[in-house]
Every structure is written in structure tokens, then in C-alpha cells.
Design a protein around this ligand. Structure first.
Ligand code: HEM
Ligand code: HEM
Length: 237
């Protein structure tokens, strides 16, 4: 028996997030690709905002209220791990906790990255902020948050593997591609409101991505090349 669990917006969110994270992480710290890095990071920030709103208004299994995170659910899940089928059609209790942590770490990565640029020469979205921190500390903070995000992704992938070993009958891995799990449960239904909302909210992060890509940002502590040449000329005069 196949049941529709992850609707298209949830799957699109997942794969855009996964690919953007992978590429943004690999490009992090490479000055040549700063614009692309910042654009992908900003896309991630926009996607997370979309997912948070979807968590309150979206289809059944995407709603945070349906994430079974109570201590009793976690305990019951761990004690019944040996059953070949999980009782949770959506995220299981441990997965729900990791998913929420990933959303927080992803948002914090995007915001700390934006802070580096906001306190630099070009600002971020035209906004300049005086944080009172030196650029190196902001860079370090961003690095710590990004590495926490990476560690959570590692736990997520390990969790999926363990769940697949213990509950092979659920078809969890395939579900993030097809939307369907092999469980008996209520189907997720995408209403016209959900579809309209998703279309709107995917376009906004993509527009932010294009805007930041063209922005040529300069991080805190560094100067625009033309500014630098001007200053050097003034010094020699
Ligand atoms: C950078 C990489 C990745 C990140 C940041 C990530 C993040 C996430 C997030 C946030 C969710 C929750 C989706 C939601 O509720 O909207 C999720 C679910 C899921 N992810 Fe990933 N993911 C990554 C890579 C992968 C990979 C490579 C796979 C393997 C196929 C995978 C398999 C799944 C599955 C099966 C679910 C649904 C789990 C369930 O039914 O409880 N993920 N992931
Ligand atoms: C959301 C996902 C993001 C991830 C996973 C991520 C990851 C990273 C990593 C791993 C580094 C290298 C740190 C190092 O080794 O020095 C880095 C550097 C950097 N990132 Fe991000 N980043 C993200 C978002 C952003 C955003 C949204 C921006 C700006 C809009 C940004 C701006 C920067 C800058 C300016 C640096 C260089 C910092 C320095 O060298 O001090 N990042 N990022």
C-alpha cells in the first residue's frame, strides 16, 4: 500500500536545499566565488523562510504540529526500533528533532553570512550594519555555524541509513524522490492555497539568488579594488 506523504513543494525544497548547501559549503572561503557562495546562501535563507511558513500552513506531514517531538514519542520510537515498520508516516521522532535543528542551523548560517557582508563595504541589500565585532570574529562565527550545519547533515544521512536498515518496509529513501511511502496512513493533500503559496514562495528565494549573484559583495575588512587603487594613489601623491 503506497501513501502520498511528501508533496512536490516539500521535495523541491529538500533538493534545492541539499544541492545549494553542498555547493555553498564547498565554495565557502574561496574569494573568487564569493558572489555565487553568497547567492546560494541567500537562496538557502529564503528556502528556510518558505519552509517555516509551510510548517504552519502546509499539507499534513509538512506541518510542525505533526512532528512527533515529545519525550514520550521519542522513547516509544527508540523502544520499538526492532519492529520492521515504523508507525510514523511523516518524520519519525528522532528525524523530526534533526529536521528542526537543520532548519535553525541553515537559517543561522545564512544570517551570519549576511552579517559579514552587511558590515562590509557594499553592505547587504543596500543595508550596512555596525556590529561592533571585528571581521575575523564574524567570519569565525559563520564558519562554526556552517560546520554545525554540516554535522547535522551527517547525522541526518546516518539517521536515514539506520532507519532504512531497521524499517526497510517503509521505503523512506525513495519517498524524498517520489513522495510516496509504503505505509497505511492518510494521504497528504495539496490544496489550491498550498500550490499558490508554494509557487509564490519559490519565486522569491530565486529572485534573491539572482539579485545577490549580480551584487558583487565585499566582505567586512576588505575594500573595493577601485577604492584601494584610489587610496594607494592618494598615498603616493
Ligand atoms: C545537504 C544535504 C541535505 C540536507 C541539508 C537535507 C535536509 C533535509 C530536511 C530539512 C528534511 C526535512 C524535509 C521537510 O520536512 O521539509 C529532509 C528530509 C529527508 N531527507 Fe534530506 N537532506 C540532505 C540530503 C539528503 C540525501 C542525500 C538524502 C538521500 C537520499 C536525503 C534523504 C531524505 C529523506 C528520505 C527525507 C525524509 C525523511 C523522513 O521521511 O522522515 N537527504 N532532509
Ligand atoms: C547558508 C549556508 C551557508 C553555508 C553553509 C556557508 C558556509 C561557509 C563556509 C564553510 C565558509 C568558509 C569559512 C572558512 O573556512 O573561512 C564561508 C565563508 C564565507 N561566507 Fe558563507 N555560508 C553560507 C551562507 C552565506 C551567506 C548567505 C553569505 C552572505 C550573504 C555568506 C558569506 C560568506 C563570506 C563573506 C565568507 C568569507 C568569510 C571569511 O573569510 O572571513 N555565506 N561560508
Amino acid at each position: 500500500m503506497k501513501t502520498y506523504i511528501w508533496t512536490l513543494p516539500t521535495r523541491l525544497f529538500h533538493w534545492l536545499l541539499a544541492v545549494s548547501f553542498g555547493v555553498a559549503y564547498l565554495l565557502g572561503g574561496d574569494e573568487e566565488y564569493l558572489s555565487l557562495h553568497a547567492a546560494l546562501g541567500s537562496l538557502i535563507g529564503g528556502l528556510i523562510l518558505f519552509r517555516i511558513i509551510q510548517g504552519f500552513s502546509g499539507p499534513k506531514y509538512a506541518r510542525f504540529l505533526n512532528f512527533p517531538v515529545s519525550p514520550a514519542s521519542v522513547r516509544e520510537f527508540i523502544l520499538s526500533m526492532k519492529r520492521s515498520k515504523s508507525e510514523h508516516p511523516g518524520h519519525n521522532p528522532l528525524a523530526s528533532i534533526i529536521m528542526l535543528c537543520i532548519l535553525i542551523a541553515a537559517l543561522a548560517s545564512a544570517m551570519s553570512g549576511m552579517l559579514i557582508l552587511a558590515s562590509g563595504e557594499t553592505g547587504m541589500f543596500g543595508i550596512r550594519i555596525r556590529t561592533g565585532f571585528d571581521p575575523d570574529s564574524l567570519g569565525e562565527l559563520h564558519e562554526i555555524v556552517a560546520n554545525t550545519f554540516l554535522a547535522l547533515v551527517g547525522i541526518h544521512l546516518t539517521g536515514i541509513l539506520v532507519d532504512t536498515i531497521f524499517h526497510p518496509a517503509n521505503g523512506t529513501i525513495l519517498s524524498i524522490f517520489t513522495g510516496y511511502k509504503k505505509v497505511q496512513a492518510k494521504e497528504a493533500v495539496s490544496s489550491a492555497f498550498h500550490s499558490g503559496f508554494s509557487a509564490f514562495w519559490f519565486v522569491i528565494p530565486l529572485l534573491v539568488f539572482i539579485y545577490v549573484l549580480k551584487y558583487q559583495p565585499i566582505p567586512a575588512g576588505e575594500k573595493d579594488q577601485t577604492e584601494q587603487v584610489k587610496e594607494e594613489n592618494e598615498e603616493t601623491d
